[in-house]
Design a protein. Structure first.
Length: 449
């Protein structure tokens, strides 16, 4: 019965999208798509060229270019340093446009409003200028017609917003996209070939290897891709960032290990090893309580899915165990400071496969079958090869004992080589500034080598 309900909900959701976006032909009929994509790309180029006199006017102290960042939920925001760099540049006036999330999935108005308020508070806490584009009657406004942004940055490629906030509506406005996660999995269509990826004016990607993947899988062969590095991990590259130490005080010095399990216990991506290792990890935390401090850092969706699997009482009991042990803690907030103040990590997450490598610290990837390599993109596979692998509790304990406690780390050279090839700033330029450079090249006011 549950699978039938799930199917019905999915069908209704897809039907709502088809009716709202009216894009069956341009998205799914090849010759229509090709003609539409070519037409869209021409308009994006013209939109960029029209910004040149505006940029030059701003250079002389005139009105700066308005840059709108469209945001639905806090988890999609990976552009802090880019936003701050634009704030500090006299040519630009960045602001956040807060849009309603998942409006076609059948959520109640109350749920939509709660998410909206959570996003508003997230942006307000950062001190950023923002707007919620609704009129006095509560109707959602088309910002292209009322605010006339010069450049639009999207934070999600999905049709989980009203069409007036999707890329279709900004054909004549220079549009840009930075992914909300470091691409490493073999979900090629979702990461590179949605119609959004094919239309966006500039698609900023993390590495040349990801550009090659876009060329292979995208219908436009990645012609709109620029390699900038990833602003979402720029914090790890900045010498001026000083992390907060939020680890629970201990009676003696201990090694600090993060366990970060993925949420896919429902086998949507078949990444998660949580149900296999949840008891083992608790047992190891107890066994090494005098030597190792553990941080349980579950994916934010894991608790919700576990409640469906285990029931709320058992889930709360398990989470509380990690929170309450002397040498462990539950971490459900930002992970940057946790990464930077740790000694090692154990995980089975897609984006963390790359992101933790910025710390240069040892890391283990947990696997549960022989097909795990198929789940990575070429770039993700190279990142994965920098990990110790754990397919049993014995291998996990060996990692804790030999690598973490004894310091025998034969993978250190491979991690450093991967960092040098893919993660360090391109030509010494941080990702946020690289993005600005590419925008100005597109406008025609800067030449890049």
């Amino acid at each position: 019965m549950s699978s039938k309900k799930s199917y019905d909900k999915s069908f209704k959701y897809r039907a709502r999208l088809i009716m709202a976006y009216r894009d069956v032909m341009r998205n799914h009929v090849p010759f229509v798509f090709k003609r539409y994509a070519k037409h869209f790309a021409q308009h994006q180029q013209l939109a960029a060229e029209r910004l040149r006199p505006r940029w030059e006017e701003a250079n002389k102290g005139g009105k700066p270019l308005d840059v709108a960042f469209l945001l639905t939920i806090p988890g999609m925001w990976k552009v802090d340093y880019l936003f701050k760099a634009l704030q500090a540049d006299k040519h630009y006036h960045p602001y956040v446009v807060i849009c309603p999330y998942s409006v076609y999935k059948g959520f109640s108005n109350e749920e939509v409003e709660e998410t909206l308020e959570r996003t508003r508070q997230f942006v307000a806490d950062k001190g950023y200028e923002y707007v919620i584009p609704r009129d006095k009657r509560g109707k959602w406004i088309d910002i292209k017609k009322t605010m006339h942004p010069d450049i639009v940055f999207f934070t999600t490629p999905y049709k989980d917003i009203y069409p007036r906030y999707f890329v279709y509506n900004f054909k004549d406005t220079l549009s840009c996209y930075v992914s909300y996660g470091f691409s490493s999995l073999s979900t090629y269509r979702v990461n590179f070939d949605l119609i959004f990826h094919n239309l966006i004016g500039i698609y900023f990607l993390e590495t040349e290897l990801n550009r090659a993947t876009a060329k292979e899988w995208a219908r436009n062969h990645g012609t709109n891709v620029e390699v900038s590095g990833y602003p979402g991990t720029e914090v790890f590259l900045r010498e001026d960032y000083h992390p907060k130490d939020n680890w629970k005080p201990q009676p003696k010095d201990k090694k600090r290990v993060i366990w970060a399990p993925h949420h896919t216990i429902d086998k949507t991506l078949e990444l998660s090893t949580f149900l296999l290792r949840c008891d083992d990890m608790l047992a190891l935390a107890e066994k090494y309580s005098d030597q190792i401090q553990f941080a349980f850092k579950p994916h934010q969706l894991l608790k919700f899915k576990l409640q469906q699997e285990w029931g709320e009482e058992r889930v709360n009991e398990y989470y509380n165990k990690w929170r309450d042990m002397e040498n462990s803690q539950l971490e459900e907030s930002n992970y940057v400071d946790l990464f930077l103040t740790s000694d090692a990590m154990i995980h089975d997450c897609g984006s963390f496969t790359t992101e933790y490598l910025f710390t240069h610290k040892p890391v283990m990837y947990l696997t549960h079958d022989e097909r795990f390599k198929e789940r990575f993109s070429p770039f993700g596979l190279e990142a994965f090869e920098c990990h110790y692998r754990g397919s049993s509790v014995e291998e996990i304990e060996k990692f804790l004992r030999d690598v973490v406690l004894e310091g025998n780390d034969p993978m250190a050279t491979r991690r450093q080589d991967f960092y040098n090839r893919y993660l360090q700033p391109i030509n010494g330029i941080l990702p946020s500034q690289m993005i600005i450079n590419f925008i100005e090249q597109k406008i025609g006011v800067k030449q890049l080598k």
